[in-house]
Design a protein around this ligand. Sequence first.
Ligand SMILES: Cc1ncc(COP(=O)(O)O)c(C=O)c1O
Length: 387
Amino acid sequence: MTYEFDHTLDHRHNHSYRWNMPGFPEDVIGMGTADLDYECAPCLREALRTVAEENTYNYRQKTQAYRDAVKDFYHRFYDLDIDPAKVWNVPSTVGAVRLALNCFSAPGDYVIMQTPHFGPLLHCVEGAGRHIVLNEMILKDGHYELDLADFENKIKEYHVTAYLMVNPQNPTGRVFTEAELNALTEICVRNNVTIISDEVHSLIVYGDHKHLPILSLPAARPVSVQIVSLSKGFNIMSLPHALVLIDNPEMIGNWVREYGTYSFGYATNSFALAAVTSILAGEADEWLRECTAYLAENQKMLMEYVQEKKLPLQVITPEASFMAWIDCRASGLNTDDLDGEFMEKAHISLNDGKDHGEAGRGFIRLNYAVTHAVMREALDRIGAMFQ
Ligand SMILES: Cc1ncc(COP(=O)(O)O)c(C=O)c1O
């Protein structure tokens, strides 16, 4: 490997949400919040140094290099030939979702989303004055499937106007197939539902799974907004720069009216701009490839350990990103307080499934974007819980 993933900052002694919260024991292993422990691609240091050396943070235009890099990025990662004039930046993915809700639904409307779900998106919907309707995914033989009948029934029953799709899905790690995306789209088109597609987890995808952006489906193109961010793939959570792509001219009109009131395009963070320009241009692609391979090894270690030690846990194989969704319902642990159990018995901080909705009760979400050494230690501690 060219890049370093085995040695990282000591996150117990920086201001990491994952590793360093009040009350955490000194030997805690942080496996919650969805960021990566690794040092970023070197191109970021170079890009940011140039900005810091100027020490001037005026309003900055998007350069031609940025626009070219945006176009190139959509081509490389999504096989989409896009017009960069149809792409807008918002400082966070969740913020972009909130803005899209403002544009493509009305206060009091119902918005549908699959569950188990990423909790902050539910707050985002409710904070926008919309109601949420949950479409529960079905766990069958260790694999999550969509319940399309329930999806359409609920859309009709609640007169849903927007579908907040999360693909790849958090926390189940599912990458929706073309057939699934087509089925979801057909239902949305039939019922006049706008698709707001949060694709923040689309950059790290394993094996034969292939992420298809919503705008790659001809039927979805006129009714969809695609939101991506480089944050989860390239570990730049605090240099946020989500990208919003819309194709339908009428939808663009609505979006531009709302977007303009926030000044995000004008007052774009110059560090984020420099960082993403280098990434969009492809300077960190090899880093991402190596990072994905490293994460795949951690995933394999987890699956093998649970199997070999016959732990009473069922790991749902993640198809993307770096969070393992683990069924603990047969473990004998207190499913009302799984995060407390893992903290108390293994000094591991992680996310309790019930924070991902009732459908997540009895599950944990384990972030495995740690070094191999930390992964081994975490697995031994989990194994010891069941001895
Ligand atoms: C589905 C999903 N959307 C959005 C976010 C947050 O992204 P951002 O920090 O860019 O708002 C996360 C973070 O884990 C997520 O899982």
